[in-house]
Design a binder for this molecule. Structure first.
Ligand SMILES: [Mg+2]
Length: 132
């Protein structure tokens, strides 16, 4: 799958790359440091199969990005999964209200993180993807 990973923290990007590199299926991870950078990538026309989105980011945060995405005639169909440390119920409700395909809390332990990411990828691999 082609995955757009929107995350401002370099350590988190390394964690994602490390986890994905262990999977038997190969995936392409495109990184964006914030919502603004992600929108530029998407407007370039190269659409991913799924998006993993952090909430706490400078410039344009995850919820602001999500609102713009879901208002766009073409981009609104991209399955977007929140990947965050925020257990804030207001964030959770707001994201589901705007429209998300999942909300995953990042576990603190790396092994648990890898396990959750693996299961998320396996779930999306069995889905019919839009292939924009
Ligand atoms: Mg962050």
């Amino acid at each position: 799958m082609k995955v757009l990973f929107i995350e401002d923290d370099m350590i988190e990007c390394m964690k994602m790359q490390r986890a994905v590199s262990k999977f038997t299926t190969k995936h392409q991870i495109i990184e964006a440091k914030n919502g603004e950078e992600a929108l530029n990538i998407l407007k370039g026309g190269d659409l991913p199969d799924i998006i993993f989105l952090d909430l706490n980011m400078p410039r344009m945060n995850g919820i602001e990005f999500l609102a713009i995405l879901k208002n766009d005639e073409k981009l609104r169909y991209l399955p977007t999964i929140i990947l965050t440390t925020s257990e804030n119920r207001t964030d959770l409700l707001e994201c589901f209200k705007i429209g998300i395909a999942g909300y995953i809390i990042k576990p603190l332990k790396y092994e648990d993180y890898e396990d959750k990411i693996k299961r998320a990828f396996q779930y999306w691999e069995i889905n019919e993807l839009i292939k924009g």
